[in-house]
Ligand binder design. Structure first.
Ligand code: NAP
Length: 256
């Protein structure tokens, strides 16, 4: 395996790996030599991504429909990952749910669901895999947050609060798990061309088209899922061992 040290450090879990940014991370980590497990709500999409990866000669598997906000489903899936690939050394908490409502129209149910998927999900997933990492004395956790947690975003108070929570979770966990050889970092993407972004564009929620936003972005293009995957690949590598508790923005310069 290339650049990741001992062969024991070879199993990666990517949540939400069936689409967009998660799909690109699955491809990249598999190309880098990780056996990559996809945990996604959309079992068919996860299967399709695993098949794409295996067609390229790399190792990835889907593990059925997994809702990261359900602890029993997470624990069951992580157990199946361990059975197939061995102890988990890398976790990428990428699964996420967006929301767009004026503040007074956000229902309690919508608030709870977004917090459950975007914040409690990463908590459940981390608790399920950290014992493996502690046992190995090595681990990497990357939480995909959002640039909106840095800048704020109108009509997304629930989403922004969940992602800002994920940033704080990252920092706290980094301090606690550093002595065990585990790094914890967060990438807050901004404006990445995925089904989630195009759905928001289609509903007229972006305040302009993707192309118009690209013109106002310092690097003059939307982000690509592969941009996030590249940063993630570095953060889970052996050589990133002195990088922990950090917020690594990948946003074309939209947030600095
Ligand atoms: P996406 O294309 O919608 O992909 C998200 C994936 O996560 C989908 O496959 C989705 O399944 C899955 N998922 C949703 N809820 C889940 C749950 N409860 N359990 C397991 N899987 C679940 O979104 P994306 O744009 O790639 O976003 C990936 C991450 O980046 C998210 O955390 C998002 O908040 C963050 N982000 C994206 C951008 C951007 O510009 N695209 C900006 C900032 C942050 P279903 O399709 O079945 O729902």
């Amino acid at each position: 395996m290339s650049g990741h040290g001992a062969t024991a450090r070879r199993t990666a879990i990517v949540t939400g790996g069936g689409s967009g940014i998660g799909r690109a991370i699955v491809h990249r980590l598999a190309e880098d030599g990780f056996a990559t497990a996809i945990l996604d709500l959309d079992a068919g999409a996860a299967d399709a991504v695993a098949a794409e990866v295996r067609e390229k000669g790399h190792e990835a598997s889907a593990f059925g429909r997994v809702d990261v906000s359900d602890r029993a489903q997470v624990d069951g899936a992580v157990g199946r990952v361990r059975d197939r690939y061995g102890p988990v050394s890398v976790l990428v908490n990428n699964a996420g749910l967006t929301g767009f409502k004026k503040f007074l129209h956000i229902t309690g149910e919508a608030w709870d669901r977004i917090i459950a998927v975007n914040l409690t999900g990463p908590f459940y997933c981390a608790q399920a895999v950290v014992p493996d990492m502690v046992g190995a004395g090595w681990g990497r956790i990357v939480n995909i947050s959002s640039s909106s947690a840095q800048s704020g975003q109108q009509f997304m108070a629930h989403y922004v609060a969940s992602k800002a929570g994920l940033v704080g979770f990252t920092k706290a966990l980094a301090l606690e798990l550093g002595p065990d050889g585990i790094t914890v970092n967060t990438i807050p993407p901004g404006f990445v061309d995925t089904p989630m972004l195009r759905a928001s564009e289609g509903k007229g929620l972006l305040g302009g088209s993707v192309d118009q936003h690209a013109e106002r972005t310092p690097v003059r293009r939307p982000g690509r899922p592969e941009d996030i995957a590249a940063a993630c690949a570095f953060l889970v590598s052996e050589e990133a061992g002195y990088v922990t508790g950090q917020v690594i923005g990948v946003n074309g310069g939209r947030n600095t």
